[in-house]
Design a protein around this ligand. Sequence first.
Ligand code: NDP
Length: 449
Amino acid sequence: MSLKNQYLQHVYDQVCRRDPDQKEFHQAVYEVLQSFEPIIRKSPELFENGLLERLVEPERGIQFRVAWVDDKGVTHVNRGFRFQFNSAIGPYKGGIRFHPSVNASIIKFLGFEQIFKNSLTGLPMGGGKGGSDFDPKGKSDGEIMRFCQAFMTELYRHIGADLDVPAGDIGVGAREIGYMFGQYKRIRNEFTGVLTGKGITFGGSLVRAQATGYGLCYFTQEALAVMKNESFEGKITVISGAGNVAIYAAEKAMQLGAKVVAMSDSSGYIYDPDGIKLDIIKQIKEVERARISRYVNLVPGSEYHEGSKKIWQTPCKIALPCATQNEIDAEAAKALLNNGVIAVCEGANMPCTPEAVEAFIAAGIIFSPGKASNAGGVATSGLEMCQNSGRYCWTAREVDEKLRMIMINIFHNSYNASKEYGMEGNLVAGANIAGFLKVASAMRAQGIY
Ligand code: NDP
């Protein structure tokens, strides 16, 4: 991959040289640096004093051993990570992911993206991310609890309500956050807002569970209206994943008038021409914790297809990838475009490969990067932090309205930046630029560190 600007290329080369195996991190850095070419021309002073070299290097990275005992008494060892990337505009903030694919590259890509995403929300939050290669699939509740406790037994020394506030991500929902919060509280003997995504009875915010999915739809709705004079109303929509983000994206898209016809998990996807019955998906995924293929046993006329990537062959006007990174490649992008898609808005982090993103932008459809359109989760985490430090409990309506306004603002800030820097409608560049300007200004004001 090569960048037009020599300085940007030099920074990128250095990142690749330092950690040659961290492909996902390289991809995320490349995508961001690409957007900076017009800023370098317009405001070169922003890049003085090695600002970019500092931005691409985490302020701190922690790797640790997590040893735990399963139900049969067997000891297992997993690896834990927390990358505290940038604290220029606030305490580090970002989720924790439990998935066997987790490694330093994935956590660094997510932590790096988080810097710009958090900045875009307008709230005072720096960027960080953590996780473990622990696989929660098939584990008993007791095993999940013991793993979460073991994970927090090391992590607690590195986090705090004014230092670093983790949240959930893939494999980490309200149950895991509850176990980790309990362990932190016991060790530190203090009840503080050190994690977000907590249960409602102990400091969680209403609407946090729905926030990423709802926020994605508020963003998409605004983009459709402003850029295409369109809406969700009557649009066939495909949503990948069947986890936290996907389920609530489907719920809000349906409320806004869309017909959601396909959803997936990592094994395959379901197609329901009459529109997905979300109560059944919730029952399968949230209560039974079963595979999505079970849907066809419960809903006559629906289909199950093995292989999750094929979901993108389904004709649709709106595509919301909400599962995982690099799930839409060039081939999937081509199928979506051939079938007349008008908007692809990312609910997951980096679900589209660079080739897919290029194809969407070249085709002139709406394409929004996760760091803009999935920022509703962390934004509501920010609202949870506000409520925790003030000991407030806002109503669902209050939180939802604040979330909606934040997402509308993120869209406009990204769109306006794309116009101001000569790339109208390129929301990738717009989001990177708008997120960067605030962080760069704070880093410059705080001196070299
Ligand atoms: P969950 O663990 O709740 O759900 C993930 C879903 O994606 C599961 O249904 C999983 O299926 C499916 N999945 C995983 N890998 C694949 C694959 N290769 N193909 C198809 N489906 C797959 O995670 P979340 O919903 O929380 O997170 C989803 C994405 O959104 C991630 O990229 C995350 O970083 C991002 N995100 C999440 C936020 C949040 O608030 N939760 C905030 C911002 C971004 P299976 O059960 O088979 O593994």
